[in-house]
Design a protein around this ligand. Structure first.
Ligand SMILES: [Zn+2]
Length: 345
């Protein structure tokens, strides 16, 4: 095989795809995927690729196109063919009754993973003549502060992807409802307000031991809960869901459901609220309230689902049917910001 010639072909193909500038890394990737045995000689190959890419990048785009079509017609890009997409049947789906949702955090433009779950969600809603809800899970002003512009971007992107959005919801506008459910859980003895210092709490949790707050009666916890709106400062009190302190997965043990944030500076609600629901509390309540029948999302949400199930069980709600899809692996080998940026450019 004439490696130099093959490299030249890939470099031309890559250059044409990216406006006349080939990327040596992509060319090496192409070559190694065709000839895995070259991996042992990658240093040598990289040198060759660098020098050939340099030559190619000096050529005008037109010359690159001409050479590719004359010398490497097999590498001319095929136009993307329209493909019919067949969706597998959705378990438990009833025609006309399916409600799906996409629930992105508007802390930036929608990423590929959320877009994919979203597309599947609205396609299924369409297939079963149901409804598709776009919900902004925008209640983490400290760790994932929402970007004001992103709300609009995400709606536009979903429309661009072909979604018919039946309902747009904002978690940040539903705080009164989260408070109502939190109180209900406290009254049922299924949630409590913990005022232990966080380090001490973590140590107890690691050993599966209850903190002194846990056994106090609901009336005391209601008092503490109300004090979270007035008296307790950030970090001084946390609402926790009672689960199983001996659970083999420590992240499931008495997970936090609400905490105080004094200066949230939220783009929609500013500093109106100081008690903030956790993602898991918010998402569980919203999925129930909006009548979501099917949740389609990435595998990374399995842990959250396990936490949210406690809320559904305690309140006698029916958990939606959840379907987790795997991760997407891009041709370039991942979703690193640098690599993604290169590809976008
Ligand atoms: Zn405590």
């Amino acid at each position: 095989m004439d490696i130099d010639k093959e490299i030249r072909g890939y470099a031309l193909q890559n250059a044409i795809r990216y406006n006349g500038r080939a990327n040596p890394g992509s060319v090496i990737g192409m070559l190694l995927s065709k000839h895995p045995q070259l991996k042992s000689k990658v240093k040598e190959i990289a040198q060759k690729v660098n020098s050939i890419v340099k030559q190619i990048n000096k050529l005008p785009l037109e010359a690159q196109k001409q050479e590719l079509s004359q010398e490497f017609p097999e590498l001319l890009e095929e136009k993307h063919k329209e493909r019919e997409i067949k969706l597998q049947p959705l378990p438990g789906a009833v025609m006309g009754k399916v409600v799906t949702r996409a629930a992105p955090n508007p802390n930036g433009p929608i990423h590929l993973g959320s877009a994919r779950a979203g597309v599947l969600s609205f396609m299924y809603a369409q297939k079963y003549k149901g409804k598709f809800v776009l919900r902004f899970d925008d209640t983490s002003p400290k760790t994932k502060p929402p970007l004001p512009e992103a709300y609009k971007w995400i709606i536009e992107d979903f429309k661009w992807l072909g979604a018919k959005i039946d309902r747009v919801e904002y978690a940040s506008k539903r705080f009164e409802r989260y408070y109502e459910v939190a109180e209900e859980l406290i009254k049922l003895g299924k949630a409590y307000v913990c005022t232990c210092p966080s380090e001490g709490w973590k140590q107890l949790k690691a050993q599966g031991i209850a903190c002194p707050c846990r056994a106090l009666n609901p009336a005391e916890h209601l008092k503490r809960w109300r004090a979270m709106f007035t008296k307790f400062k950030e970090g001084e009190a946390v609402l926790r869901i009672k689960t199983d302190l001996k659970h083999k997965d420590p992240s499931r043990r008495d997970w936090w459901a609400a905490k105080v944030i004094e200066q949230p500076n939220h783009p929609i609600t500013g500093n109106k609220y100081r008690v903030w629901p956790s993602y898991n509390l918010q998402s569980a309540i919203d999925d129930h309230d909006f009548g979501i029948t099917h949740i389609i999302r990435g595998q990374e949400h399995t842990q959250n689902e396990m936490r949210q199930r406690y809320i559904f069980d305690y309140l006698g709600w029916k958990f939606p049917i959840a379907i987790h899809h795997g991760r997407i692996i891009l041709e370039s080998g991942g979703l690193s910001t640098t690599k993604t940026r290169e590809l976008i450019e």
